[in-house]
Design a protein around this ligand. Structure first.
Ligand code: GLU
Length: 464
């Protein structure tokens, strides 16, 4: 174990999106690589927007990606006493104050500032006011340091400096008594002993405010690492316009978690020109040193390419179990006489997603085939009757093994005087409903003798 402590701190106001998942992954990889500790903290101080459903969705997505954590999940909503205590401490030390300005007054001032072309900032009306004895509603603001500058060495972006005059007195406790993000994130990161804070660079602007809070509460600073954002192909911030942004939507679309992990890590991190990384490779090779400074561009085609790779090379046993789930979701009854592992083996080289594999596998499971019209017109004809009949007879005897069906086929060719091509393709249509199924012997072996005979009987009946 090392002293390294990192965390993933999602706000449960929606599903786990691509950017969040990448942050979760980077933290995970660093923790595993350095044998540190990975903490999950649910940032649900915004009680109006946080939902249990979203917490569940985030946990489910992390589980799917294989991102296990060592501590947590901690919920900020269960830590309000601690935050209150810290608010009191700051009030007591004169580092925070009650602000009685009404929302209307603040809006008015903000609009006036904007009309003047000034940056809207809180004007410190209540900064030196004595607390009122009555019960007028108030928020609590942090008395920020207004002169000088706040600077930090970002592990990815280098030194970043903010003029303190840009930082107005932010609200740390709302009128309803709930604390705000920029305040509690500091308390938790410090109290949980985090050594590194790795997060999206949309938080860069929050960092100087947070640093001032660290200083006010006497906490040591962690190292900050802000990961560049993810853009769509049009170089605009990734959003739903660019396709699915929820990680779990990709599972629904038939992606494997290892493809997703491999894809996510390359959105910002690189290792020479290597593209394929297992989780174990990543744990060995990941480092913040190789996280780039420029934004990653989301490329669905590359994700698909990786998925195809992982399907092709995946363990058929595992994919068989997965395939069953996708088939059942499609309403296909997975009968026990068909071995899903063999189905996978016959389709692994022909499927980019598990959804595609399930579509291609459907014909195995029902003897009532939906025929491709063209194929049916071309191959299920009177001219084929003799060959189908002969094949039916040959297949009903002898061992039903690869050798056995090959021998049966040869016998058909001898009996009918036809070439393989004249029998193979029609048989494929008879057994699968179309011309794009896997190799005919493979299909036969997956189907087994009984289903092959039933399907041949069906086409013979169709021909009449
Ligand atoms: N809860 C914040 C978010 O989901 C992240 C906070 C942080 O990483 O500091 O954007």
């Amino acid at each position: 174990m090392s002293d390294l402590r990192v965390r993933f701190a999602p706000s449960p106001t929606g599903y786990l999106h691509i950017g969040g998942a990448r942050t979760a992954l980077f933290n995970y990889l660093l923790a595993r690589k350095e044998q540190g500790t990975y903490i999950l903290r649910i940032e649900d101080t915004d009680v109006e927007r946080s939902t249990q459903e979203s917490v569940d969705a985030i946990l489910q997505a992390m589980d799917w990606l294989g991102l296990s954590y060592d501590e947590g999940p901690f919920y900020q909503s269960e830590r309000f006493d601690l935050y209150k205590e810290k608010v009191q401490q700051l009030l007591h030390e004169g580092k925070a104050y009650k602000c009685y300005c009404t929302a209307e007054a603040l809006t008015q001032k903000r609009e006036a500032a904007m009309a003047r072309g000034d940056k809207p900032q809180y004007d410190e009306t209540c900064r030196e006011l004595a607390p009122r004895a009555d019960d007028s509603p108030y928020v609590i603001r942090f008395k920020s340091q207004r002169d000088g500058a706040t600077s930090f060495d970002d592990r990815i972006k280098g030194t970043i400096t903010f003029e303190n005059k840009e930082l107005d007195d932010m609200i740390i406790q709302r009128t309803d008594g709930t604390p705000t993000y920029n305040f509690v994130v500091v308390i938790d990161d410090a109290e949980m002993g985090l050594t590194q804070v790795i997060r999206g660079d949309d938080h860069v602007n929050n960092t100087p405010r947070q640093i001032q809070i660290y200083n006010a509460l006497g906490y040591a600073l962690p190292e900050f690492a802000h990961v560049p954002m993810i853009l769509g192909a049009d170089k605009k911030r990734l959003s739903k316009r660019h396709g699915a942004t929820s990680v779990m939507d990709y599972r629904v679309m038939g992606f494997l978690p290892e493809a997703m992990v491999n894809y996510l890590v390359r959105l910002g991190w690189s290792c020479g020109d290597e593209e394929i990384f297992s989780m174990d490779d990543l744990i060995e090779k990941f480092s913040l040193d190789n996280v780039g400074r420029s934004a990653g561009v989301f490329n669905p085609e590359k994700l698909l390419w990786l998925n195809e790779h992982y399907i092709k090379t995946g363990d058929p046993q595992r994919l068989g179990t997965l395939l069953k789930e996708y088939l059942e979701k499609d309403g296909i009854q997975v009968s026990a006489d068909i071995d899903c592992v063999e189905v996978v083996k016959s389709l692994q080289d022909r499927s980019k997603t598990m959804v595609e594999m399930a579509e291609k596998a459907a014909f195995y499971f029902s003897d009532t085939l939906v025929f491709d019209e063209k194929a049916q017109a071309k191959f299920i004809t009177v001219e084929q009757k003799e060959a189908f009949q002969s094949l039916r007879n040959q297949l009903s005897q002898g061992p039903f093994t690869l050798e056995g069906v090959e021998v049966a086929f040869k016998a058909v060719l001898e009996e009918t005087g036809l070439k393989f091509g004249k029998v193979g393709q029609p048989t494929r249509v008879a057994l699968s409903g179309g011309t794009s199924a896997p190799g005919i012997f493979e299909v036969m072996l997956v189907l087994g003798r009984d289903r092959c005979l039933t399907r041949l009987d069906n086409v013979l009946a169709m021909i009449g």
